[in-house]
Design a binder for this molecule. Structure first.
Ligand code: NAD
Length: 505
């Protein structure tokens, strides 16, 4: 309790500036209100009280920001890779120096618990360091020889880009999308989610204080249907890096069609964790519980479908249910809290409605199953486990994006694979087995962009991140992000005086 009180005092001190001055846009290096003076409130999911008034950008603000990004592009693209590397490391250092502030503000704006957010800033700094180190080689290409010809490929930054991020872990995701864009030499207009805009403001300030030139990174707050839409339609914006729901991705594709926008989509998931009887069941249960109940279940890579071999199904789901019941729900700033309040009452209602849908479809609640009366009276939902479900049920097919897990038994490997692939999504899969041949066979046939065997999601930044089917288009991580933010050019040199056809004499 003393730790929570202490943290609340610190959080208030960090939030004071937002309460007093609101959250402004950042365009061409200036903190500005929206062009027409519109604002909206960001609420804390803990007590549903407003934290700050936020500038509500629309098409005119996006236009200013896109023009600022365009004006800054030529000079930023011309900065050497080594100089970009140094600057991005300075941004990473500054993020680390303000890690506590970032974590506390993120907790209060999103409801995510400090247990996980304490590391969010450090992970964000790692994203900057990873791409800082690669900036000097971003333009490198290949040389491809042919008789009488030497081809040289090179990459150049595509131009000003738009980055649109969701509300679940906004700080980490913004760094993940923006750091490679800057390292590639692109300038950026960032439109963060309207439900959790605070740390995006901290991030752009940190970058400019570290020395990022004005206009290289612009921030426009606002709603998807006006600011987001205008960004995807703007002719000066060459590409859109988007993280969010699958149906929003589809809208963005339509909106960007007119200007032939390059798009990169990281979308939703209904990710299976598949547990065979020969697995280490205790470790598999810990991993399944971690992957669905950490980050409030508001996690694209969460393992929201639990497929268990029938012979161990009851034993395994009992284990998961016991663990789920023991999870501490509470104030996000309480260091003991695992599950905090969900982002917003509308989202809470969606998650609770799925719990009712599960019951009405005939599934049985083995843990949780409803609202939790947490501190502040906010959007708390108990970690929930459904058993007795089938893969046809809506709770097995639709992304709930909350702490709700649906368990389904399977009789053999063929059925496990059929169930795992029977969804519109294909972001991640988690396979638990001690049979290595089966693991090779199964992962080969599983529809997912990322698969972990005998492990929860442990990210290694050089590896590709992204999904198949409705879970996304394109990959981040390693060099893949540069491929998105850069154009590849080929230059062919004649190395011998080859004969040229003479037309017209
Ligand atoms: P969302 O799609 O509702 O919103 C995401 C962003 O898009 C917000 O900034 C929003 O303002 C903007 N937006 C909305 N409509 C728009 C439009 N017409 N044009 C342009 N922009 C628009 O998603 P959300 O509810 O904020 O986030 C949750 C979703 O994000 C889940 O589906 C989750 O799986 C997904 N997600 C995916 C990943 C991943 O890496 N695959 C990571 C985190 C979250």
């Amino acid at each position: 309790m003393a730790a929570l009180d202490d943290n609340l005092r610190k959080a208030e001190a960090y939030l004071e500036r937002f309460r007093k001055d609101g959250v402004l846009n950042q365009i061409g290096g200036e903190a500005v209100p929206s062009a027409d003076g519109s604002t909206f409130e960001t609420l804390s999911p803990v007590d549903l009280k407003p934290i700050a008034t936020v500038a509500r950008g629309k098409a005119a603000d996006i236009d200013r920001a896109a023009k600022a990004a365009k004006a800054a592009f030529k000079d930023w693209a011309a900065v050497s890779g080594d100089a970009r590397k140094k600057l991005l490391h300075k941004i990473a250092d500054a993020i680390v120096a303000r890690a506590e502030e970032i974590a506390f503000v993120e907790c209060m704006d999103t409801g995510q618990s400090l247990k996980f957010m304490a590391k969010a800033a450090l992970r964000g700094a790692e994203n900057f360091r990873f791409y800082a180190d690669r900036a000097p080689e971003a333009r490198d290409g290949r040389s491809l020889r042919a008789p009488g010809q030497l081809n040289m490929t090179t990459r150049v930054p595509i131009g000003p880009v738009g980055v649109i991020t969701p509300w679940n872990t906004p700080f980490m995701l913004s760094t993940w999308k923006i750091a490679p864009a800057l390292a590639a030499g692109c300038t950026v207009v960032h439109k963060p989610a309207e439900l959790s805009p605070l740390t995006a403001r901290l991030l752009v300030e940190i970058a400019e204080e570290a020395g990022l030139p004005k206009g290289v990174w612009n921030l426009v707050n606002g709603f998807g249907e006006d600011a987001g839409r205008a960004l995807t339609e703007h002719p000066d914006i060459k590409a859109i890096g988007f993280v969010g729901e699958s149906r929003t991705g589809s809208m963005i594709m339509k909106q960007g069609a007119e200007t032939l926008k390059r798009v990169h989509f990281e979308l939703g998931g209904k990710n299976p964790v598949i547990v065979f009887a020969d697995a280490d069941l205790e470790r598999a249960a810990d991993a399944a519980v971690f992957m669905i109940y950490s980050l409030n279940g508001e996690r694209c890579t969460s393992s929201s479908r639990l497929l268990v071999e029938a012979s161990v199904h009851d034993r395994f789901t009992d284990l998961v249910a016991e663990k789920a019941k023991r999870i501490k729900i509470g104030h996000p700033l309480d260091p003991e809290t695992v599950v905090g309040p969900l982002i917003h009452p509308v989202h809470e209602e969606k998650v609770l409605s799925y719990i009712e849908i599960g019951r009405s479809e005939g599934a049985v609640v083995a843990a949780g199953g409803g609202k939790f009366a947490g501190p502040g009276g906010g959007c708390y939902v108990s970690p929930t486990l459904f058993v007795g479900a089938t893969n046809k049920m809506r709770i097995a097919q639709e992304e709930i994006f909350g702490p709700v897990l649906t368990a389904i038994p399977f009789k053999d490997e063929a059925e496990a694979l059929a169930l795992a692939n029977d969804t519109q999504y294909g972001l991640t899969g988690y396979l638990w087995t001690s049979d290595v041949t089966r693991a090779l066979r199964f992962t080969d046939a599983l529809d997912a962009g990322m698969i972990w065997v005998n492990s929860e999601n442990v990210r290694h930044l050089p590896t590709p991140f992204g999904g198949v089917k409705s879970s996304g288009i394109g990959r981040d991580g390693g060099d893949w992000s540069f491929d998105f933010y850069m154009e590849t050019k080929n230059i062919a040199f004649a190395t011998a005086p080859h004969s040229i056809q003479k037309l017209g004499g």
